[in-house]
Design a protein around this ligand. Structure first.
Ligand code: AMP
Ligand code: MG
Length: 499
């Protein structure tokens, strides 16, 4: 932990701002807009620990003011960054931090972390927006950031939600809130696209050199650092999306302005976790074409890397070099998803290419079966860990998830055959599978229950849900109900971009 931060007051919180070393055309300096009479809604204890902050201190007035954007540390140099992007496959032009304000970066146990206030007021990039975020979407971002981190998936983090009784207009009026979120950098693919489309190669180079020096320093001395950057980001993006697929996470708005240059899950909006398995599932009800459906995510990730590649092309110098960097996507995604799926099924990698192909067919047959039977993604994998290699008599809890029991039995027999090739016993395999197949995920209805209570000023459910999600792989007998199938009312929940 950072000794200075433990004794820090909100005013003397030690902040640097590396992004502000870039020239002024990369951002606009401005203060957050105060949130009327703010109060603390939630705090993530592990996120506070990352900064060496005592979570209890965050409830005190000086810190609540900071978390709401009503006061900034003396050392802060607040700014809103400019970026552009492709939205739903179409060039959208300039976007930028329309409601997020970067305070600066702070030392953490994971290296320097940028602290950003989301929903902290209008900026020159707000376009038609009001610069605010509603409590509902702020809680969703807060919970999911911390849940994804606990699942071992690269993501931005969230320290807190501060709320206010100030109403803002969405589909209906809702109260506003501010999330303090953290990442080593919030630079996006769209930050590069911005300078490419403005035809400003000097700025493009400055940004690439900044990102390389700070986050990919090993590339600086290579023959073509910009090709190396594209390749490294492509690889990280492929890995991140393999993790999403393996846990059934759907981002919902994979626009290039929401893609992190560090391969972190960023900008939580209408995301969702897969429940009844449907590869075509669209979690964002405004995405009518299903561009960002579960099954599309891997190829959209690649498409987004192409958009980054196009933006970096003036620096990389030749199309072949850029193409070679982008070509790592498919093998990297393939290798990572194979690795994650094998672990989810408790299998070691088969020795021969033929056996590896057999394993892929086993996975495909499993997904087809899950799709046909609308099987809950999370319950399926968690219960699969209890299967005995020799004894189908124990299959019931898993088998009961299927309507077509004979089809399940046929698949389970294939799986059991495969298990018998493994040296590992049932108990050891279950232990390993439980460590990769979460018991607790952020189901939409769980978030909804916590949100509705918070809207009535009861924050206890939010705190409880966060604690459950911070140990997603543990059995938590006292929280068994959080692992249950969604209730009937939840099938009507819809999540849109209106945040
Ligand atoms: P998102 O889809 O949330 O990633 O946002 C896309 C763009 O719209 C970004 O430039 C955001 O800053 C901006 N934006 C979204 N909501 C608001 C809002 N309420 N006020 C201002 N800008 C917003
Ligand atoms: Mg965004």
């Amino acid at each position: 932990m950072t000794g200075t931060a433990i004794t820090a007051t909100a005013a003397n919180l030690p902040l640097d701002n590396s992004f502000a070393t870039l020239p002024p055309d990369f951002y606009t300096r401005l203060m957050p807009t105060p949130l009327p009479a703010p109060y603390l809604v939630g705090v993530s204890t592990p996120a506070a620990a990352l900064l060496g902050l005592d979570p209890a201190r965050l409830a005190e007035a000086d810190f609540v003011a900071l978390l709401a954007g009503n006061a900034v540390p003396d050392s802060a140099r607040p700014l809103a960054a400019v970026y552009s992007g492709h939205q739903f496959g179409v060039w959208a032009g300039q976007l930028g931090d329309g409601r997020a304000i970067l305070l600066g970066d702070m030392a953490s146990t994971a290296g320097p972390m940028e602290l950003q206030l989301k929903g902290a007021g209008m900026t020159p990039y707000s376009r038609m927006g009001d610069g605010r975020a509603v409590l509902r979407s702020s809680i969703r971002e807060f919970l999911c950031s911390e849940a994804m981190h606990a699942l071992g998936i690269p993501t931005s983090r969230a320290l807190s939600v501060a709320g206010s009784d100030q109403y803002i207009m969405r589909e209906t009026p809702e109260t506003s809130a501010v999330v303090l979120r953290m990442a080593p950098s919030f630079v996006r693919f769209g930050s590069f696209e911005h300078w490419f489309h403005k035809d400003k190669p000097e700025q493009l180079k400055l940004l690439a050199d900044y990102v390389i020096a700070r986050f990919y320093p090993q590339l600086a001395a290579t023959a073509n650092p910009y090709q190396g950057l594209l390749e490294a980001v492509t690889r990280r993006t492929a890995h991140m999306i393999a993790h999403w697929q393996a846990v059934g996470f759907m981002h919902g708005v994979m626009n290039t302005d929401n893609m992190s240059i560090l391969g972190l899950t960023l900008d939580y909006g209408p995301y969702g976790f897969m429940e009844a398995f449907d590869a075509q599932h669209i979690c964002n009800h405004t995405d009518q074409q299903g561009r960002y459906s579960y099954a599309m995510q891997p190829q959209i990730g690649h498409w987004n890397c192409y958009a980054l590649g196009q933006a970096l092309l003036p620096l990389i110098g030749d199309t072949d070099a850029a193409q070679r960097a982008l070509d790592v996507y498919q093998p990297e995604f393939g290798a990572k998803i194979d690795e994650l799926m094998l672990a989810k099924l408790g299998l070691a990698r088969a020795a021969s290419p033929e056996q590896q192909e057999d394993d892929r067919m086993l996975f495909d047959a499993m997904f087809t079966l899950m799709q046909d039977n609308h099987v809950d993604f999370t319950l399926f994998f968690r219960r699969l860990g209890n299967l005995r290699a020799q004894d189908p008599a124990q299959d019931a809890p898993l088998r009961d998830l299927f309507l077509d029991r004979p089809a399940f039995d046929a698949w389970a027999e294939r799986y059991r055959d495969r298990l018998r090739q493994e040296g590992r016993g049932d108990a050891a395999r279950k232990l390993a599978m439980d460590a990769v197949n979460p018991k607790y995920i952020l189901r939409n209805y769980l978030a909804q229950v916590a949100i509705e209570k918070a809207q009535n000023k009861d924050y206890s459910e939010l705190a409880r849900l966060l604690t459950v999600l911070q140990k997603p792989f543990d059995e938590q007998p006292e929280h068994e109900s959080y692992a249950a199938l969604p209730p009937d009312w939840a099938s009507h929940l819809e999540v849109s971009c209106s945040s």
